[in-house]
Design a protein around this ligand. Structure first.
Ligand SMILES: [Zn+2]
Length: 249
C-alpha cells in the first residue's frame, strides 16, 4: 500500500493507465545499481530517484572536475574535488527523501557483486566496464540498461540475454577485438551536455517500462542510435551471435 505522502508525490505517474498504484509499488520494490556518476549517471540518478525506484546504489571512484560541469548536471560548481558517487547520492535524496540511496566510491569490476540488484544502469564511459557489466548481467540474469554518448551522438539499449536465451547481448553486436578501438570517450572526443541528458533520461524511461509498464514492448534486442547533428533516431534489430563467448552458452 502506498502512503498518502507517496500517493501525492507520484500522483502524475499513478494516473497513467496501465501504471497506476501497482506500478508505483513495483518501482518502490526495485533495487537499482548505477555504474558511473558522470554525464549519464547524473540524469539516471536524478530521474530514477524522482520516479521512486525504492533502492538505488551509485558507484564511482572519480572526483568531480571543472571540465565535468557542462554535462554532469547533478554536480555543482562548489562540489569540484568531491567524490561523484557521494555527491550524486546526496542530490538524489534531496529530490526524494522517501527512498533509500547509497553510494560506494569505487569502480565496477569483474568481482563486483550484483546479485541483489534488479536493474543495472550502465552509465560507464569505457568499453572494458561495458563488457564486464554485460558478462555479469548475463550470468546473474539481470536487466542491463546501457547508454553511451559522444559529441552529438548517443546509443541506448536494454540487454536481457540471461533472462531470455533467444535475445542477444552487448558482445553479440560489439565483439571484442584486438584492434585499437576508436576513441569513444567524452574526455578525448568531446560531448555536448544535453546528449547525455537525453540518453540518460531515456535509460530511466526504459527501466520504468521494464518494471511497471509490461504491456508495452521491451526494446531488448534493439539498439537505438541518436544523432543530434541531423536530429534522427534509428532503431536497429540486433541478431544474436550463436558463437558469442558471453551469451551462446
Ligand atoms: Zn552475446
Amino acid at each position: 500500500m502506498l502512503s498518502d505522502d507517496d500517493l501525492n508525490r507520484y500522483a502524475r505517474q499513478v494516473i497513467i493507465p496501465n501504471f497506476n498504484e501497482n506500478g508505483q509499488e513495483k518501482l518502490l520494490n526495485t533495487k537499482c545499481l548505477i555504474v558511473g556518476a558522470g554525464g549519464l549517471g547524473c540524469p539516471v540518478g536524478l530521474y530514477a530517484s524522482a520516479a521512486g525506484f525504492g533502492y538505488i546504489e551509485i558507484w564511482d571512484e572519480d572526483i568531480i572536475d571543472a571540465t565535468n560541469l557542462n554535462r554532469q548536471i547533478a554536480h555543482k560548481n562548489n562540489k569540484v574535488g568531491h567524490n561523484k558517487a557521494k555527491n550524486l547520492a546526496k542530490e538524489c535524496l534531496e529530490i526524494n527523501p522517501n527512498i533509500s540511496v547509497k553510494f560506494e566510491p569505487k569502480n565496477f569490476s569483474v568481482s563486483s557483486n550484483i546479485k541483489n540488484f534488479d536493474i543495472i544502469f550502465d552509465c560507464s564511459d569505457n568499453q572494458d566496464t561495458k563488457y564486464t557489466l554485460n558478462y555479469l548481467s548475463h550470468k546473474y540474469n539481470k536487466i542491463l540498461i546501457s547508454g553511451s554518448a559522444v559529441q552529438m551522438e548517443g546509443q541506448l539499449s536494454v540487454w536481457k540475454s540471461g533472462l531470455d536465451k533467444t535475445l542477444p547481448c552487448y558482445e553479440c553486436i560489439f565483439p571484442k577485438t584486438t584492434e585499437k578501438a576508436p576513441i569513444t570517450n567524452c574526455r578525448e572526443a568531446g560531448i555536448i551536455g544535453p546528449i547525455t541528458g537525453f540518453i540518460g533520461s531515456m535509460q530511466v524511461s526504459e527501466a520504468i517500462k521494464e518494471v511497471a509498464l509490461l504491456n508495452y514492448p521491451s526494446i531488448a534486442g534493439y539498439l537505438f542510435l541518436y544523432d543530434g547533428f541531423s536530429q534522427s533516431l534509428d532503431k536497429i534489430k540486433i541478431i544474436k551471435n550463436n558463437d558469442c563467448p558471453t551469451c551462446s552458452n
